[in-house]
Design a binder for this molecule. Structure first.
Ligand SMILES: [Zn+2]
Length: 257
């Protein structure tokens, strides 16, 4: 019976046995400023948690090998704010390509990058194109940003704010994962939060595909004003997202067998 396995815990013999049939699942994180309320590892924490949870949920049906999370992503637009370690675009595409090539050489034929950071979307797609279309590796590659599953979550009856960056959405998720890492919200911190509340002034559509000079520097590096985090909402959201990602993994498994 399949089960989830952790890449780093396995020997080369274990992995040789698993790799031909298993799906390699790698969380893609970022180390970047998340305003004044949230830690720099926010995106890595969320992607890692969702990868672990969804791998557990499918463990009876699909063999998943959970790979170590990549803690750095394409975060150049956050460099002006500090607290950011970024790989430039070319480096990040090449890093993902090298990871895919290595997994292919190790016998894997299926790979899902589970992404937790908006800046990784475009280079992630470029790396997938390079691996599959240009290098013609015998490797099925998916780059799934966890918020792409939000439609499923909303259809399941969940109302949800836009994910954004370092706003109330991520604050709720992090408060559910480790409340100590969210800077306290209250009357005594209102002044600090007010000062930080200079959100990015663009719609989600522009945030996704359009690059405007000075878009980020004109803001305080957050997409919506800090708010009191809601750990209960965050926890329900993590449950719903994990279930939606598990369903995605089942579909990917069926499509790539
Ligand atoms: Zn984030």
């Amino acid at each position: 019976m399949p089960s989830e396995s952790i890449f780093g815990d396995l020997t080369r013999d274990d992995l040789r046995e698993l790799s031909a049939d298993a799906i390699a699942l790698m969380p893609l994180g970022a180390t970047e400023q998340h305003g004044r309320q949230l830690p720099a590892s926010t995106d890595s924490m969320i992607a890692t948690h969702l990868a672990e949870r969804s791998a557990q949920l499918v463990s009876e049906q699909v063999q998943v090998v959970l790979c170590p999370a990549l803690p750095f992503g394409f975060s150049e637009h956050h460099l002006p704010f500090g607290a950011t370690i970024s790989l430039d675009n070319d480096t990040y595409i090449r890093a993902l390509t090298s990871i895919g090539r290595s997994l292919s050489r190790s016998g894997f034929k299926r790979l899902i990058f589970l992404n937790g950071h908006g800046g990784n979307v475009a280079p992630g797609a470029a790396a997938a194109d390079r691996l599959v279309t240009e290098l013609e590796l015998d490797l099925a590659v998916a780059v799934l940003s966890y918020w792409e599953c939000i439609d499923d979550v909303v259809r399941a009856g969940f109302s949800m704010p836009s994910p954004g960056h370092a706003g109330s959405f991520e604050a709720s998720l992090i408060s559910a994962l480790d409340a100590d890492l969210v800077r306290p919200y209250g009357a005594d911190t209102q002044e600090v939060l007010d000062d930080a509340a200079r959100p990015l002034n663009v719609s989600d559509h522009l945030l996704g595909t359009t690059r405007l000079p000075n878009m980020w520097p004109a803001s305080d590096g957050v997409t919506d004003a800090p708010a009191e985090p809601d750990p209960k909402f965050g926890s329900q959201l993590l449950d719903a997202l994990s279930a939606a990602i598990a369903e995605y993994i089942r579909n990917f498994d069926a499509a790539t067998r």
